[in-house]
Structure formats: C-alpha cells, structure tokens
Design a protein around this ligand. Structure first.
Ligand SMILES: Cc1cc2nc3c(=O)[nH]c(=O)nc-3n(C[C@H](O)[C@H](O)[C@H](O)COP(=O)(O)OP(=O)(O)OC[C@H]3O[C@@H](n4cnc5c(N)ncnc54)[C@H](O)[C@@H]3O)c2cc1C
Length: 496
C-alpha cells in the first residue's frame, strides 16, 4: 500500500523514508530529494506531514525540525499578472521576501554533536559543486583522507539554486575547452556514479538585439568554430524555426550550438556525495568554518564550530561566501556576491528545445525535464551583498522580458521563485591555485554565474595538479596574484 504525502508531486511516505535512509534528515534536503512541496500547492498540504515523519523516522528533535523556506508567490500566479505590475526600473529593491531560515548566521540547530575529525590530509571548505567535484576527483586518484565542511545542507549554496545551463559558447578559448570537457564528463556521469543528472542537449540559442551584442556573437562564434565547437550564426527566421512561438521583435542576430544544454543540478551534487560517502570521504554538513590556525606561513588547522582539524592542505571552495572566510586567514579576495533571482513555472508539455538567452538584457529561460519553464534575469540595479531574498521587481522584469519573446506563455503560472549569489570577480574569471601568502591554502572560487558547468573539468585538472605536482597553467594564470599584477583574464559572454 502506498501512503501519499504529497499528491501534487506523487511523493509517498516510503519516498520520504528512502531520503532519510540516504542521510537526508533535514527538511530542505528531503524536499529536494523527493520533490515534495515543489508542486502546485508548494507544500501547503504536505509540509506538516513530512515534518512529523522527520521527527519520528529521522529521530530529529521536534524543535529542530525547521520549516522549509517558503517560496513566493504565495499562490501560482500568471505571468501576464506579474508583467502588468508597476515598477520603476531605475529604483533598486532592497531585501524582498526574506530567504532561507537555514542560512541565518550562527550555529545551525542541526549541527551534529560529535566533533569533526582531528586531522585530515585535505580539508575542503564548502560542499557546493566545486568542493564536491574536487573531492570526487581526488578520490579517483586515491586520495580519500579528505573532509568536506559545509555550513548548511548539501544544496544550500549557489550550486543548489542555479539554472542548470551548460554551454560551450564562451568568449575565451579556456572556457570553451573547460565547458566542452565538462559536458563530456556529464555525459558519462550516470554510468560512473549511477545517478541520472538529466542532461538534455537541446542547445543554447543566444539572441542579440543591439549591434554591439550582435558583434559579440559574431566574434565568439568565430572563436568557437576555431576550437571545434559548431556554433552557427542564424538569421531571425532561422532562429524562429527552432522555437515555436518565439517572437524575434528587435532581434538582429542569433547564435546556436546544438551540443549545449541543461542538467538537473541537485542530482549532480547527490551523485558526487554518494560516491564520496561510499569511499569513506566525510561530508560534514551543518558545520561552519570559523577561523584558521596559521604558523610558518601555512594553514595548520581549520577551525569549526565543531572543533579543529589539522591538515596538510585546505581548499577554499565557498563560492560567493569566500571573501569573509579568506579574511579569517588574513587574505583579501576581490570577489563580490551579487544576488541573482530565478523562478520556475507550472509544468508544460515539452515544446522548448534550447535554452534561450537574450544576451543584451540577461534574460534566459529553458524547459526542465519536468516541463517547467525555469528562467532568470540579472538586474543592473542589484547592489553587491549576500542578499538571498526574492522580490516582486524581479517577477515583473522577468515576466515582461519573457512575454516579449514568448507571448503565448501569458496564461502560464509562476509556481516559485528563489535567488542565489553570483560570485563575481573583477574579470569574470575564477580565482584558482595557491594563495601567494599561504601556499597550502588553495583557492577555488569566483565562478560568477557559470561555475556549475565548469566544475567537472576544473576539478579534474585541479586534482591532477594537486596529486602529481605537474604544473598546469590554469592554476598560475588564474591565480589571485593576477589582480595585484593588473593581469586580468576577461570573459565577456556572461548572461546577466
Ligand atoms: C540564479 C543562479 C543561476 C545560475 N545559473 C547557472 C547556470 O545555468 N549554469 C552554471 O554553470 N552556473 C550557474 N550559476 C552559477 C553556479 O551556480 C555557481 O557558479 C556554482 O554553483 C558555484 O559553486 P561553488 O561550489 O563555488 O559555490 P556554492 O555552491 O555556493 O558552494 C559554496 C558552499 O560553501 C558553503 N559555506 C559558506 N560559508 C561557509 C562556512 N563558513 N563554513 C562552511 N561552509 C560554508 C555554502 O553554504 C555553500 O554551500 C548560477 C547561479 C545562480 C545564483
């Protein structure tokens, strides 16, 4: 007999039990693992049932079963409604509907009581896609004395909040090569880990509305072709044929690469985490790094709210949270967090092949394997800061921009919105390799809005570089010292 918990998404009590058995014992993780609370009612019918199952089955103290973060809008609401809401494009919005309860500063209620291990060869701070992918690649090279420290649940950072887009259409040869390798690795991920990451190669269709952006598409397409990526420049008519109902109002030029696509980000994290746990690599969630013990120009210990870990090497893989953590070791990073908002619609029958992006405005949208239209749009008025709330301003700007391209979606309802931090560097390129002042503190951050698709390839090279001692120009060219030296590595094919 099947006991239903979430009728919108067909989640049973057994499904919740399976998530708990896999170690997902907080409500945010159970929500992501089972899909409960992500359908039309957004958890109104099932939230309390899952909370009581968690208290009973996961033996979580009742007072520690936190509610999951409510996602606006309160009720599914049509895009045309949001598009008609008044807003002043010139006035930035501060705050909005507040973000996750689980991201509040301080000790997390679910912090495990036992101390962290006293020592490890490698301590990786941050269990987003970068930290997990690096640990996975170290493990494949036989290095398993690794501890990952994560202050929240597994999908808590940008890696659990992104659009899942993967593309080879970049503005530099390095990023083209990294993305191409990542997509190759993504194709083999299910065979390697047994986890389906739902890679769907429907292509990326870039639209240019200004001369300047059209020129950028021309330049980058030529570079892609030089590097073996088959990006095609397309006329307005050709692009329209790719997506039924796509309005080409104001569009001058399009670029399309059919090998680009989308993946399901959470499954990627679970796949890496499951493979790591199988080999005994420890992923310590709800464990916050609070400082470093330094000596002789090296990191001796990483300090956490569950005790200290002595290590040979520490890796800073904390994405947009990296600057304040680096500062605990006296290191100044130039990264700036910027909120990026994103939302998901009710599910529709499959109709949208490519991810479509208007490069001028930063609008992007794609259709997930569940049928939802998932999309976002950067906001030039968004001030820097670690703000993870959700705003009506975003819904209005996004709905207006989306309906300009796909007017026949006007009756489609937005189910939920959320946001995540872009980890922005002065040249839109990451910070990698040894910290000049602390050589055993390795940097792995600054991936702006494209770290998910770079992680498999970057982590593969970083593990090889760490384990073999062979030089790899990635970790010198993209080193932190480039900023002081005025040697920037600019990437300009950035969405948003
Ligand atoms: C809205 C949005 C859309 C995006 N779309 C795409 C896309 O389509 N394709 C793509 O490739 N990329 C996309 N990105 C970017 C991508 O998500 C990031 O580049 C990538 O996830 C960064 O991974 P990370 O591991 O560096 O950081 P994160 O995933 O942020 O991980 C860092 C982790 O460090 C943890 N942490 C922070 N402080 C501490 C501490 N003191 N102690 C312990 N742990 C700590 C955090 O909780 C977090 O889990 C998008 C990002 C956003 C916000």
């Amino acid at each position: 007999m099947k006991t239903m918990v979430c009728t919108c998404e067909d989640v049973s009590a057994d499904d919740v039990g399976e998530a708990i058995a896999k170690g997902y014992t907080d409500i945010e993780s159970v929500k992501r693992y089972t899909g409960f609370g992500t359908g039309m009612c957004q958890g109104k019918q099932c939230h309390a049932t899952v909370a009581s199952l968690l208290a009973r089955e996961a033996k979580t103290k009742a007072e520690h079963v936190l509610p999951f973060t409510p996602r606006p809008p309160l009720n599914p609401t049509e895009l045309s409604y949001w598009a008609s809401a008044p807003f002043d494009p010139a006035v930035p919005v501060e705050g909005g509907v507040p973000a996750a309860l689980g991201v509040t500063p301080g000790v997390h209620p679910l912090k495990p009581e036992e101390p962290v291990p006293a020592r490890a060869q490698v301590v990786i701070i941050g269990a987003g896609i970068m930290g997990l992918a690096l640990a996975y690649n170290l493990m494949r090279r036989g290095v398993t004395d690794v501890v990952l420290l994560e202050k929240g649940y597994l999908c808590h950072g940008a890696s659990g909040r992104n659009g899942g887009g993967v593309r080879m259409q970049w503005g530099t040869a390095t990023n083209i090569a990294l993305a191409r390798r990542s997509i190759e690795l993504m194709k083999g991920f299910a065979a390697e880990t047994g986890i389906n990451i739902w890679l769907r190669q429907g292509g990326y269709l870039f639209l240019a509305k200004s001369n300047e952006v059209a020129k950028k598409l021309e330049r980058s397409a030529a570079l892609h072709n030089q590097h073996g990526v088959n990006t095609r420049l397309m006329s307005v008519e050709g692009a329209r044929d790719l997506v039924p109902g796509l309005s080409m109002k104001g569009v001058q030029l399009a670029a399309f690469n059919e090998e680009d696509g989308v993946i399901f980000p959470w499954a990627f994290l679970w796949g890496y985490a499951a493979a790591l746990k199988k080999k005994g690599v420890r992923i310590e969630t709800f464990t916050r790094v609070t400082g470093f013990e330094l000596g002789n120009g090296h990191v001796k210990k990483v300090l956490t709210d569950r005790g200290e870990i002595a290590c040979e090497v520490a890796v800073l893989a904390t994405g947009a949270w990296s600057p304040p953590i680096a500062a605990l070791a006296g290191v100044k990073l130039p990264n700036e967090p910027h909120r990026h908002e994103i939302c998901s619609s009710e599910p529709l029958k499959p109709f949208l092949g490519p991810l479509v992006s208007v490069l001028d405005s930063g609008l992007y949208f794609s259709q997930s394997m569940r049928g939802e239209i998932v999309g976002g749009m950067g906001d030039p008025k968004e001030p820097p800061g670690m703000e993870l709330g959700s705003t009506m301003r975003f819904l209005t700007r996004y709905s207006q921009a989306l309906l300009e391209q796909l007017p026949n979606l006007s009756q489609v309802k937005i189910l939920r919105q959320w946001s995540g931090p872009y980890d922005v560097t002065p040249d839109n390129s990451p910070i990698l390799g040894r910290t000049p002042s602390l050589p055993n503190l390795l940097q792995l951050s600054g991936f702006v809005g494209h770290g998910f698709m770079m992680a498999p390839a970057v982590a593969e090279r970083m593990a090889a570089w760490m384990c073999t001692g062979q030089p790899d120009e990635l970790f010198t060219r993209f080193n932190l010292d480039r900023f002081a030296a005025g040697r920037l590595e600019r990437e300009d094919m950035i969405i948003g």
